[in-house]
Ligand binder design. Structure first.
Ligand SMILES: Cc1cc2nc3c(=O)[nH]c(=O)nc-3n(C[C@H](O)[C@H](O)[C@H](O)COP(=O)(O)O)c2cc1C
Length: 199
């Protein structure tokens, strides 16, 4: 879909009600993710982002893993709420997992020691840009998504399940699917309170 950039920024929302349908093919979803991975900037062009795309049963497994991990730490009393939340993500069509490759970050730290402390921060910032690009691109194609953070709780199980290299650190999860409910209202504090202009 072709839409101007500003409208795309406005249209991206957190969509929590999603189904196991997609208005676009899996190949198109993969192409969208690949495009964002390729063109999202990274510090020193380090390209430290790594991504896993899960469809169908593989997507279901992610949310089963998350459910079982949470079952171990959430009280029985509070678990029904947790269960319905995780089931709402499992109800989606797929998930994108965002990782950062720590071996790339360590390499940069060794090479450019004066920026040593900045590389992990820049890596997270670049991952955030990628997450936003994927999220917005999927939304433009009629998919709804939300950003989740069950790392580090699920890291070991995810690594084992999909044979993820040990140096890939999980940063975020983006479950997506056909929206079954629109996003809720969103409040905005005045932009004038957030932006200073000098001229
Ligand atoms: C860095 C970041 C972390 C977030 N983490 C979560 C999260 O763990 N779970 C969640 O449901 N939403 C998460 N969100 C979504 C925000 O709550 C949401 O973007 C915000 O309330 C604005 O709503 P909108 O996405 O509909 O515009 C996160 C968003 C950002 C940018």
């Amino acid at each position: 879909m072709t839409i101007d950039f500003r409208t795309a920024l406005e249209k991206r929302r957190s969509i929590y009600s999603i189904s196991k349908e997609s208005p676009i093919s899996d190949d198109k979803i993969i192409e969208i993710v690949n495009h964002s991975v390729k063109y999202t900037p990274s510090a020193f062009n380090s390209q430290s982002a790594r991504v896993v795309i899960l469809f169908g049963e593989e997507h279901n497994k992610l949310w089963d893993i998350t459910m079982e991990a949470l079952r171990k730490i959430v009280s029985a009393e509070n678990f029904p709420q947790t269960e319905s939340k995780i089931n709402s993500f499992k109800a989606g069509y797929g998930s994108v997992l965002f990782f950062e490759d720590e071996s790339v970050i360590k390499g940069l730290q060794a090479q450019f020691s004066s920026y040593k402390d900045n590389f992990p921060i820049w890596s997270q910032q670049s991952s955030g840009m990628l997450q936003f690009n994927v999220w917005t691109s999927l939304e433009l194609e009629g998919l709804g998504a939300s950003l989740q953070h069950y790392n580090p709780l699920i890291d070991d199980d995810v690594r084992e399940q999909w044979k993820i290299p040990a140096h890939w650190r999980l940063v975020a999860q983006l479950p997506f699917g056909k929206p079954t409910e629109a996003a809720g209202d969103k409040n905005f504090i005045p932009v004038e309170d957030r932006v200073k202009v000098f001229r």
